[in-house]
Design a binder for this molecule. Structure first.
Ligand code: PAF
Length: 287
């Protein structure tokens, strides 16, 4: 695997591959890789001849008071894992390479509606930061396909909308959540949890499973969500949101069958997010 830090090196390397007719796959990451990221690389491998992973802790997507400085940086281990996973190129630019004029005057990409509410409400500007850096990576790499984890469900929806609205010829592939044996969705932020909090953390997934089953039995959405919030609070979480949306993140209607249950909750120093798809039964008065 080649590690490239320079934009011109990346462009000339990829130009050569493109001229040979090779398909390029991109896996954008912020590093501190776990099995969830490696599943993205494996999926990209299935769809592309050349797999490029990017590693960039993007300051634009962190709000004031968020964990930009604390965000785990494990470059050497990440490099080894990517090599072992069969990644061909690691693009790891510096902040000044991507934002040479700083953040204040930087052109930003804003995806309306789908980026509002849920994590967009709790983290103002977060999805503009994501959309901007992902657009930049798409322009630099010009991939045929790009893989993103379904754990960040709203991020995936934002990126799909961005690619569609800006007519980018890139296929966006969502990759299922990878979980620990106890159900906790893998996340770089799980490392912030104490041993005790780590024991509690899978309650988020278990609660979502319980709520999904209740919704699929036809129980009232409002009651189910209220019960879920109490369960989480009782377990020691501070819930940020617990919502049922349709697959596109629009509000559910009586006609909705394929829905998604989305949650974000803080546990100690970590803000955890998770989601689960729900097959709603035929419309009843409860929906
Ligand atoms: O999901 C992430 O790790 C980041 O939001 C991404 C997509 C790499 C953009 O910085």
């Amino acid at each position: 695997m080649r590690t490239l830090r320079d934009i011109n090196d990346l462009r000339s390397t990829l130009r050569a591959h493109r001229m040979r007719g090779q398909r390029i796959g991109l896996v954008p990451t912020m590093g501190n890789l776990h099995k969830g990221h490696l599943a993205l690389v494996a999926r990209a491998r299935q769809h592309a001849d050349i797999v490029v992973a990017s590693l960039f802790v993007n300051p634009m997507q962190f709000g004031p008071g968020e964990d930009l400085d604390a965000y785990p940086r494990t470059f050497e281990t990440d490099q080894t894992q990517l090599t072992d996973a069969g990644c061909d190129i690691l693009f790891a630019p510096t902040v000044s390479a991507l934002y040479p004029n700083g953040l204040d005057t930087q052109t930003r990409v804003h995806v309306p509606k789908v980026g509002e509410g849920l994590c967009g409400a709790a983290r103002p500007g977060h999805f503009d930061g994501v959309s901007t850096v992902v657009s930049m990576l798409f322009h630099l790499v010009q991939p045929d396909i790009a893989c993103f984890g379904e754990k960040d469900y709203q991020q995936l929806a934002v990126i799909r909308k961005l690619v569609s609205d800006l007519h980018m010829p890139i296929e966006i592939i969502g990759v299922p959540i990878v979980r620990a044996d106890d159900g906790l969705a893998l996340s770089s932020r799980n490392g912030y949890l104490s041993q005790q909090e780590r024991t509690t953390a899978p309650m988020l997934y278990r609660t979502l499973c319980e709520l999904r089953d209740a919704l699929e039995r036809g129980e009232s959405t409002a009651e189910v969500l209220q019960r879920g919030a109490s369960l989480l609070t009782g377990a020691g979480f501070t819930p940020d949101y617990l919502e049922l949306r349709d697959e596109t993140l629009a509000p559910v209607t009586p006609a909705t069958r394929n829905a998604v249950l989305l949650a974000a909750a803080t546990l100690g120093p970590a803000r955890l997010i998770d989601n689960l798809s729900v097959q709603l039964p035929n419309a009843t008065s409860s929906h």
